[in-house]
Design a binder for this molecule. Structure first.
Ligand code: ATP
Ligand code: MG
Length: 748
């Protein structure tokens, strides 16, 4: 295939127009190793993108002679698109991806040389957790002696130092490390047995391949004539070695980075790589970019003052010819719910008043659990959103499990939920026995939970062993007990009781998999959601209501929340993501939620200066994503992981000089601009209640009025009184099913 582009001159002219002089220099310098060190938004990624285009268009390189490394798959995709736009040329054969994906590719092609079967599977954290527990059992190391997560971390560190079990054992300083070495060895054996590699293995095996099989190394060294690396500040040692090996003959490597944005040191990223780069590659050219094209002057200055508090950083100049722009907004709110409401008010206002597409606005937070309230608030208002890099809250396994318990409590005939949890945690109820019980229930026309209870007495039922029948019975008694408690327990306490009684929380607590702790946290977050729901419910429905009714309403609410259609790629949607995920991206409007001590900076960083500095860099990354406006919110008291606590504003807020900041208050977001009331209002209706709705009886064809949905025609009714489920075709919003107790429909 011919990759000649007719004439390079117009292309070069174009580059000169679209790049400033140092950027142009960085794109076109090909005489040796190049390091671009520059602050946020100065065009580092732009340099990489244009450089790929330049190499192909002007230097006549074939795309397959280029290797480009980015930090996330999302960034890789975006970069490919951008090169495509600049070049309008086939990029077939270009290797552009993350370190992990590129190493995996090399190992699939050539791993055989070091004994790796090309069909290997890649183990994620959950798989790793399982493997390490097996390894510990084999080595007689109980989880009480050493936490599996701690041993995994130790192994990962060793791997990052390129220490194999043998060396690790040799270097062991005490008995603990000797035993850890044995576990490490067994863990590797288990991975091998399963033909699997973990994430660290991908990197170090690729490095090993390049180092120890010169003939393989040479093919790649010859193939990749140019190597480009974005976000260089976050590479770790094996990644560095990988690059060094590939580039060692020709030295044509271009790395761009910003030491102020290194946010993965806890994961082994090593800032020394920047220093080693200068040592290992001779005649390194260093180019600095100083003009920021992204943000207004206020945003840039605020971020700059913040990061200056860090010691041990390279001093940098960063300027912009943009206007001052709006000051950074800081908002103090009573609690996390008002925080979500405030931010969504502001999002709605920008959308309606300024016609800002949702996709130009982003909400960042420090921890994943913070996303739930934003998700809920979006859904209530019908604001489309996209949650990046994370499974939606109600889609998580542990939440679905707990929901299944709750559903079965309400609906004893719910076979799907029954099947999901009858043996979770393990109750020695195998799939076969469960199937037999389900057949029996269908045959006898019994709700599955009832069948579980009565099967014990079933004299003629021979397919299920009596011990197993006894176990089914015991399982059913759990639900009996919870039913009897629905009159006395509050909604959150009921759910907590369920989670405890059924053994689910104990199962997670005993399990030392690091994911289990996160799962427990999520369950606490779910209980918090129930508490918040009950509060709203009680405020709206004054008469005492059995908790089972509340649970039904809560589940219905959750069902609607989790049913949100998957957004199509490219559809306009508000972006929700963690600060870590935001690296490299930019948005006109940025909201950073949860600016509180203990949350951001995170509590686990509070006792180390270095960790605080990393948090500060993360904050710098967050603020510098903003192009036009950045708003930081913090709350007086926050309920997180099921506990409510008074909080103090983040120190980072104080570190931004007052002149770049304006304090906003609750009323600055205009509640009148709410979008049409959504899900929650469908259940929890409004005050001024005469109680007449209780007496209403509906029939299909009746014309009714709903406080927020307006007029509609009844299509169908199930049940009666407050619990009646009425399906109505509303004139404005179409078909909806509501519960009369909450909807309070009146006949017209
Ligand atoms: P970060 O440190 O956040 O990764 P970066 O240094 O990689 O930032 P880019 O994302 O490449 O910066 O650029 C920031 C923004 O400025 C982008 O929208 C980019 O298109 C724009 N930009 C960069 N250089 C120029 C230029 N010379 N002319 C016009 N726009 C530019
Ligand atoms: Mg970038």
């Amino acid at each position: 295939m011919n990759f000649q582009i007719e004439n390079a001159t117009p292309f070069l002219n174009r580059l000169e127009k679209e790049l400033n002089p140092p950027q142009f220099q960085a794109v076109t310098y090909t005489d040796g190793p190049l390091l671009v060190l520059a602050g946020a938004g100065s065009g580092k990624t732009r340099v990489i993108t244009y450089r790929i285009a330049y190499l192909i268009a002007v230097k006549r390189l074939a795309p397959w002679n280029i290797l480009a490394v980015t930090f996330t798959n999302k960034a890789a995709g975006e970069m490919k698109e951008r090169v495509d736009v600049i070049l309008r040329h086939s990029l077939r054969g270009l290797w552009l991806g993350t370190f992990h994906s590129l190493c995996a590719r090399i190992l699939r092609y050539d791993g055989k040389a070091i004994g790796i079967d090309p069909r290997f599977s890649i183990y994620d954290t959950t798989d790793q957790g399982a493997a390490i527990k097996r390894a510990m059992a084999v080595c007689n190391v109980s989880p009480k002696e050493a936490k599996p997560a701690a041993i995994l971390a130790m192994i990962s560190k060793a791997k990052n130092r390129l220490e194999w079990p043998e060396q690790f054992e040799e270097n062991a300083r005490d008995e603990y490390e000797v035993r850890a070495a044995r576990v490490y060895k067994t863990y590797q054996a288990i991975l091998r047995e399963n033909n699997a590699l973990d994430f660290d293995d991908l990197l170090i095996e690729a490095v090993r391949l390049l180092l120890h099989k010169p003939e393989v190394g040479e093919t790649y060294q010859k193939r990749f004539q140019h190597i480009l690396v974005d976000e260089y500040q976050d590479t770790n040692h094996p990644q560095y070695l990988f690059l060094r090996e590939l580039a060692k003959h020709h030295n044509r490597i271009c790395a761009v980075g910003d030491d102020d944005q290194s946010i993965y040191r806890w994961r082994g990223a090593d800032i020394r790589n920047i220093l080693e780069f200068e040592r290992d590659f001779s005649n390194v050219k260093i180019i600095r970019l100083e003009q920021n094209y992204r943000s207004t002057r206020n945003i840039l200055a605020a971020a700059g003052h913040l990061v200056q508090q860090n010691s041990g950083r390279h001093k940098k100049t960063l300027w912009t010819d943009k206007e001052d722009g709006e000051k950074l907004g800081i908002v103090r709110l009573p609690d996390e719910i008002s925080e979500a409401i405030w931010i969504l008010n502001e999002v709605s206002r920008l959308y309606t008043e300024k016609s800002t597409p949702y996709g130009r606005m982003a909400v960042f937070y420090r921890t994943n659990v913070q996303s739930r309230l934003f998700e809920e608030e979006c859904i209530k208002r019908g604001v489309p959103y996209r949650l990046i890099g994370n499974i939606a809250f109600y889609e998580r396994k542990e939440i679905k499990d707990v929901l299944a318990y709750c559903r079965l409590l309400i609906n004893p005939a719910d076979m799907v939920s029954f099947q999901r949890i009858v043996n979770l945690p393990k109750r020695k109820l195998g799939a076969k026995a469960v199937q037999c019980l389900m057949d029996y229930a269908s045959l006898m026309k019994l709700p599955i939970l009832k069948a579980a209870k009565t099967i014990r007495e079933e004299k003629h039922e021979a397919t299920i062993h009596p011990t197993t029948r006894e176990r089914f019975y015991l399982f059913s008694t759990l639900f009996q007990k919870w039913h009897s408690q629905t009159k006395t327990l509050s909604l959150p306490t009921l759910i907590e009781t369920i989670v405890n009684d059924c053994g689910y929380s104990a199962m997670l607590e005993e399990d030392n998999d690091p994911q289990s702790q996160a799962r427990l946290d999520n369950i606490h977050e779910f209980i918090t959601a129930a508490m918040q729901f009950e509060k709203r419910f009680d405020a709206e429905i004054p008469s005492p209501v059995d908790t089972i009714v509340k649970l039904a309403a809560f589940l219905e609410n959750v069902a609607l929340v989790s049913q949100i259609d998957q957004l199509q790629e490219g559809e306009d949607a508000l972006i929700l993501m963690t600060l870590h995920g935001a690296k490299g991206l930019e948005f006109p409007y940025v909201f950073i939620a949860g600016m509180e001590e203990g949350l951001f900076p995170h509590s686990k960083s509070l006792d180390s200066k270095e960790a605080i500095e990393e948090e500060r860099r993360l904050c710098y990354v967050g603020i510098t994503r903003g192009q036009m406006r950045v708003v930081l919110t913090h709350v007086e008291s926050r309920r997180l992981y099921g506990r409510s606590e008074w909080t103090r504003p983040s120190r980072f807020l104080q570190e931004i000089p007052d002149r770049f900041v304006e304090e906003l208050c609750w009323s600055d977001a205009k509640p009148s601009l709410y979008h049409p009331p959504g899900v929650m209002e469908a259940f929890v209706s409004f005050g001024g209640d005469s109680g007449d709705w209780r007496k209403e009886q509906f029939e299909p064809g009746d014309m009714v009025n709903h406080r927020s949905f307006g007029f509609g025609v009844v299509l169908g009714v199930e049940g009666e009184g407050g619990r009646a489920r009425v399906t109505v075709d509303f004139q404005e919003i179409g078909k909806k099913t509501v519960i009369q107790e909450f909807a309070k429909l009146t006949k017209v």
